[in-house]
Design a protein around this ligand. Structure first.
Ligand SMILES: [Zn+2]
Length: 472
């Protein structure tokens, strides 16, 4: 089989994936969320993209360990906690819960480990102490510790910044105790009223960048195969992770493949702008759209491309919608029809042409738009075959399998909401019965088909009665 190729920001090209470690287990680390509020569409974009990379590699037969952190101490969390009248840990924990709630609905698999800053304080402090000891970091008299950027010759290799542009970017007043404008904080001395931990340099808390270097080392080792994150983290966060880790371990590369998800830009009218924070929380989006529609919408764009999330209001009723998600709805309806209601055993031949075409698309840096194209070709073949009375089971098995690799679960959400939707389905089924009594056959069929698309099967019994069930 052809190799999997992953684009790496570090090399600027697609590189073949070969496990770094002799045990063959791929080590994958993704910079997670800072839980300062509910997760938003940018988070969905990033974590769905990383979830697909992981699912695909496991499907391809790789063993993989996936770690994703939570930055549960941060200036913005502290600010938010103050406005919410609770301590910063309570605020962080509440939004971590919120993260799991929406990511579970989006069918994002859970990581093997979720390190947090507060539970990794010991390895973080040790990492800083070791950097000071080998001469790559220095404490100030005030109680801060700075990383000495000038001591790491490869600084800038990820973001391809030269020394001058680094200086321009850092041209601001030198903070007290800092020797070079490019140096960054590993440890920040405690400010009054803020959470603080003990350290050899006095009470304080870690800078943002050091946590990931320490957590990667602690959970996955000195070198990892894949490091993921949003493209906005390339500089300075990931550049600084490389500097910290490679300075301490002397092993390069710290991460072989740097997989960066493109950014989400928000488009919308002025009306939207002031309430953008709420409109782009996933909880809000998922009130209006099925999670599988949102997931499909995200996968229809390659993970490295930027994605526009356009909010529109309907002139008539003022209701808002997301441009493009309606397309996702009808696309998923087509796939559901192709999956069909006929029973399908998991055992049996699987259409290998489709699997091969899908693999070719995904091997090329996880090209989900092309992979979806393969899936729609397959769905079309199933529908044509069904009309012609041909055996479609091998193709349907392939469809089930490939949708699963992309984490598209076309039945689960309806089932999850069974109790909530029950009364509405009852109502529609009753309306349909009346239409049939009135011999309005085509309208009645329309309702039945629309329900089928949503995963609801209506079974007509004797005497005009009907029962319904939700497909799993
Ligand atoms: Zn990080």
């Amino acid at each position: 089989m052809s190799p999997v190729r992953i684009y790496s920001t570090l090399t600027g090209r697609e590189d073949e994936l070969v496990p770094l470690h002799p045990d063959g287990v791929l080590r994958m680390y993704v910079c997670g969320m800072t839980p300062k509020f509910h997760p938003h569409v940018g988070h969905a974009r990033l974590f769905v993209a990383m979830d697909v990379i992981r699912r695909y590699l496991v499907w391809r037969g790789f063993k993989l360990k996936y770690v994703q952190n939570f930055t549960d101490v941060d200036d913005k969390i502290i600010q938010r906690a103050a406005s919410e009248n609770r301590d910063s840990q309570a605020t962080a924990n509440a939004y971590i819960d919120s993260y799991f709630e929406v990511m579970d609905r989006l069918n994002v698999q859970r990581a093997d480990d979720y390190p947090t800053v507060t539970t990794y304080m010991r390895p973080i402090v040790e990492f800083i102490g070791d950097l000071v000891e080998v001469g790559h970091a220095y404490p100030s008299e005030l109680g801060d510790v700075w990383f000495d950027v000038g001591s790491f010759r490869d600084y800038g290799k990820l973001s391809r910044r030269d020394l001058n542009s680094q200086l321009v970017a850092a041209r601001k007043e030198l903070e007290p105790g800092k020797r070079d404008p490019r140096d960054f904080a590993l440890w920040k001395r405690a400010k009054p009223g803020e959470p603080a931990w003990e350290s050899p340099w006095g009470p304080g808390r870690p800078g943002w960048h050091i946590e990931c270097s320490a957590m990667v080392r602690e959970t996955l080792g000195d070198q990892i195969d894949i490091h993921g994150g949003g493209a906005d983290l390339i500089f300075p966060h990931h550049e600084n992770e490389i500097a910290q880790s490679e300075s301490l371990t002397g092993k390069a590369p710290f991460a072989r493949h740097w997989a960066h998800a493109g950014l989400v830009t928000l488009a919308g009218g002025d009306k939207m702008a002031h309430s953008a924070e709420n409109f782009t929380t996933l909880a809000m989006i998922l009130e209006r759209y099925d999670p599988q529609e949102v997931r499909y919408f995200l996968l229809a764009t390659h993970y490295r491309s930027s994605l526009t999330f356009a909010l529109e209001t309907d002139g008539l009723d003022g209701a808002w919608r997301v441009r493009g998600i309606e397309d996702a709805r009808s696309a998923l309806g087509r796939l559901r029809r192709a999956l069909g209601d006929e029973p399908l055993s998991a055992d049996g031949p699987v259409d290998q042409d489709a699997v091969k075409a899908f693999t070719t698309a995904m091997d090329a840096d996880f090209n989900t738009p092309d992979a979806l194209g393969v899936i729609f070709d397959l769905a079309r073949e199933i529908n044509t075959g069904r009309v012609a009375g041909q055996e479609t089971d091998p193709k349907r098995r392939a469809l089930v399998q490939l949708l699963d690799v992309l984490g598209l679960n076309l039945r689960a959400e309806v089932a999850r909401n069974h109790q909530e939707v029950g009364p509405y389905v009852d109502l529609l089924v009753e309306v349909r019965r009346k239409l049939r009594d009135a011999k309005q056959w085509s309208l009645a069929d329309e309702i039945r088909n629309a329900l089928t698309d949503l995963g609801v099967t209506v079974n007509d019994g004797p005497g005009g009665t009907s029962t319904w069930s939700i497909e799993r």
